[in-house]
Design a protein around this ligand. Structure first.
Ligand SMILES: Nc1nc2c(ncn2[C@@H]2O[C@H](COP(=O)(O)OP(=O)(O)OP(=O)(O)O)[C@@H](O)[C@H]2O)c(=O)[nH]1
Ligand SMILES: [Mg+2]
Length: 389
């Protein structure tokens, strides 16, 4: 399953976003280092369900909206020099190991300093927070590689030893592959053989850029100034309000409003049930949503998965005529799979035995057999035929 991690300085709203996206518990407070141990939960990306194009109602979606699970990690806040032990040190960096991509949360309101202490709104420049995560992670990776480097360089004197595969073994637990290493070597123009410290740092930065892509989410946009919001969006920052999303999810689960995560508006079925304060709070959120086309939280998750990580959605089925599994469930699964994957890759995702026994696949929309080399398309419904059951 895809894993995203929320990282950023203390007190920027990571746990608020985490709670909003997962509806799992996490402590939220207006001071730095509220979170010490990382929180691990399940969030969702939102897509239109394929059952609607087929004129069916699958039972796995909400009125045609399909939510597909991903892992979300909320880590402790990081401060400059965290890699060297400052703040809560680099344990949180270890929590980023499993992440496929990072959502770098910044405080768009400028109402907290670099260490996360509350200040006046606008007293800090949110753009200064952007390089923090990237730098700290690069130094952390550099530190891990550096520890092994002298020994590896000695081993590299032997002809049979490959630095790339040696490094891939060391970095396997960080979801970094040998291909990532080769790509980083190529694009950073650093040759690992004989690389000194400076070159190794350049290489580490590039490897990080390739293996752990980062998007920036400007949180607390609801209290940020107009100027700050404009400036951030010009700098490729995605605007969000974790607090608004959390309030909506809580109001929806209490059945005060009808809202599906990612909607650009919500409805209040029985306004009389709400107190004046609740109405006022919801009114403010409605105004914010009108201006920003929603709270932005779902949009950030979707952007990370579909644009940054280049995933597509594919529906495996066992009966291509009725789009069902053996138990009669219509489109029972929706898989996130990397763009460029083929039916054989999908078979392995369903189960390693199904992959090993792969015979052929059928495109359920056309009922045609497809080649093993066929590039899966977003929304494909695929029956896999395998010797394994
Ligand atoms: N106005 C506003 N306040 C927010 C928003 N998100 C979070 N906050 C507030 O910001 C403060 C910090 O929120 P947390 O979610 O605990 O921040 P964090 O980044 O997890 O903090 P650490 O765990 O200490 O690193 C709390 O007072 C939240 O209520 C938002 O979107 N808008
Ligand atoms: Mg926190």
């Amino acid at each position: 399953m895809i894993t995203l991690a929320l990282a950023g300085k203390p007190n920027c709203g990571k746990s608020t976003l985490y709670r909003a996206a997962t509806m799992a518990h996490a402590d939220i407070q207006n001071y730095p280092f509220t979170t010490i141990d990382a929180n691990f939960g399940i969030a969702y990306v939102r897509v239109p369900c394929a059952c609607r194009d087929l004129g069916l109602s699958c039972g796995s979606c909400t009125s045609g909206i399909r939510y597909i699970p991903i892992n979300l990690i909320d880590v402790a806040g990081l401060v400059p020099d965290a890699h060297a032990g400052k703040g809560l040190g680099n344990q949180f960096l270890d929590n980023l190991r499993q992440a496929d991509a990072i959502i770098n949360v910044i405080d768009a309101s400028g109402g907290t300093d670099l260490e996360g202490n509350p200040t006046e709104i606008g007293a800090n420049d949110p753009l200064e927070e952007i390089d923090l995560v990237r730098n700290e992670m690069a130094m952390w990776l550099f530190g891990i590689i550096g520890k092994h480097w002298p020994k590896m360089q000695r081993q590299a004197q032997q002809r049979s030893y490959s630095l790339e595969s040696g490094l891939a073994e060391i970095l396997a637990g960080l979801a970094i592959s040998e291909q990532d290493i080769l790509d980083a070597e190529h694009s950073s123009k650093v040759s690992l053989k004989g690389a000194g410290e400076e070159e190794l740092l350049i290489f580490s930065r590039e490897l990080l850029r390739i293996s752990k892509p980062i998007i920036v989410a400007g949180n607390k946009t609801d209290i940020a100034s107009k100027d700050s919001v404009t400036r951030l969006s010009q700098n490729n920052v995605r605007l969000v309000s974790g607090a608004a999303e959390l309030a909506l999810r809580q109001a929806a689960s209490a059945e005060f409003i009808s809202y599906n995560p990612g909607d650009t508006a919500f409805l209040i079925p029985e306004p009389d049930k709400l107190s004046l304060a609740q109405k006022k709070g919801l009114d403010a959120i409605a105004t914010y949503m009108k201006e920003h086309e929603g709270t932005g939280v779902q949009a950030v998750l979707n952007h990370a998965v579909f644009d940054l990580l280049q995933m597509i959605v594919v529906y495996p089925v066992e009966d291509e005529n009725q789009y069902m599994d053996k138990r009669g469930r219509i489109l029972p699964d929706a898989f996130l799979i990397k763009k460029g994957s083929n039916p054989h890759d999908l078979a392995f995702m369903v189960h390693s035995d199904i992959g090993a026994g792969f015979l052929y696949a059928v495109n359920a929309r056309t009922k045609m057999r497809i080649k093993e080399s066929y590039e899966l398309q977003n929304g494909d419904i695929i029956r896999i035929v395998s010797t394994a059951k």
